[in-house]
Design a binder for this molecule. Sequence first.
Ligand SMILES: CC(C)(COP(=O)(O)OP(=O)(O)OC[C@H]1O[C@@H](n2cnc3c(N)ncnc32)[C@H](O)[C@@H]1OP(=O)(O)O)[C@@H](O)C(=O)NCCC(=O)NCCS
Length: 147
Amino acid sequence: MIEEISACDDQLARDLEEIEKIIFGTAWPSKTIRQKINDRDFKYWVYKKDRKIIAYLGIQFTNEFIEVLGIGVIENYRKKGYGSELMTELVNYFNDAPYRKILLEVRESNNNAKNLYANYGFKQISKRKNYYKNEDADVYLKEKIYV
Ligand SMILES: CC(C)(COP(=O)(O)OP(=O)(O)OC[C@H]1O[C@@H](n2cnc3c(N)ncnc32)[C@H](O)[C@@H]1OP(=O)(O)O)[C@@H](O)C(=O)NCCC(=O)NCCS
């Protein structure tokens, strides 16, 4: 089940650092994660199975918009809909929040993630050259539409 994380203790911060490291090889230090969540600069959602985090989505708030820090599912659990469930949480949160845009960067070659973002109404708006050491990033945007 999904838990929304708006307050963070040492253990949870270590767990979040660990899952980021497992999935991406790098992570924010747990102290930073803890402080930023408790200062309301970051917010996370985690998917837990048997009390273990198997997927997460992290966002950062800037003045004008929400930026996705990362979304990741432990390899054995991919393609089972957990990434989509986390994106649904984000979009539901965004719809009620006082922000007009969600921005994110994704490796040009990461078609799995790009498909997921497209499913949720994100559009590619630009490219950042060599944003990753040896690869460009595609910048994706989702805007609130007022009718
Ligand atoms: C991207 C990621 C989060 C998707 O999570 P997931 O739980 O596997 O995704 P879901 O099962 O909910 O699938 C959602 C959509 O993603 C896309 N997708 C996911 N895996 C895919 C694959 N192997 N091939 C093609 N599309 C894929 C599809 O559009 C899929 O929707 P569909 O099944 O209706 O076609 C996961 O693959 C992952 O953790 N990747 C490594 C980390 C990463 O690259 N994160 C994104 C950059 S921050």
